[in-house]
Write a protein that binds this ligand. Structure first.
Ligand code: SF4
Length: 107
């Protein structure tokens, strides 16, 4: 014998609604990620090897910083690195130590 429920809500509708809401939130978060990373489209470091931007400890960061100085997305890149607490490499023309100092100054 089938079980009768007093609630007329079809659970399929509820799950469909959650899927739609979840999809909308996913699209919005993808859009914000795209926006947050749009500076990477003109990133000069993408045209060089990672060894420039992630040098071995004690190695020079001068070449990386020179490239950053000519990069259109420098400010956004630096802000991204600060926001995401990037620990390694040159981002937006600053080394790890320089970013750390900048964060302390801003605090
Ligand atoms: S600022 Fe420097 S690290 Fe950032 S995207 Fe430009 S070249 Fe790359």
């Amino acid at each position: 014998m089938p079980i009768e429920t007093t609630d007329s809500t079809d659970t399929t509708d509820i799950f469909d609604t959650f899927d739609i809401v979840g999809s909308i939130e996913s699209i919005e978060s993808i859009d914000s990620i795209d926006e947050e990373l749009s500076w990477q489209e003109t990133a000069l470091c993408a045209q060089t090897g990672p060894e420039f931007f992630f040098p071995a400890p004690g190695a020079s960061t001068r070449e990386a910083k020179q490239l950053c100085g000519a990069c259109e997305g420098r400010v956004e890149c630096l802000e991204y690195a600060l926001r995401h607490d990037e620990k390694f490499g040159v981002w937006g023309g600053l080394s790890e130590k320089e970013r750390h100092r900048l964060k302390l100054r801003r605090a």
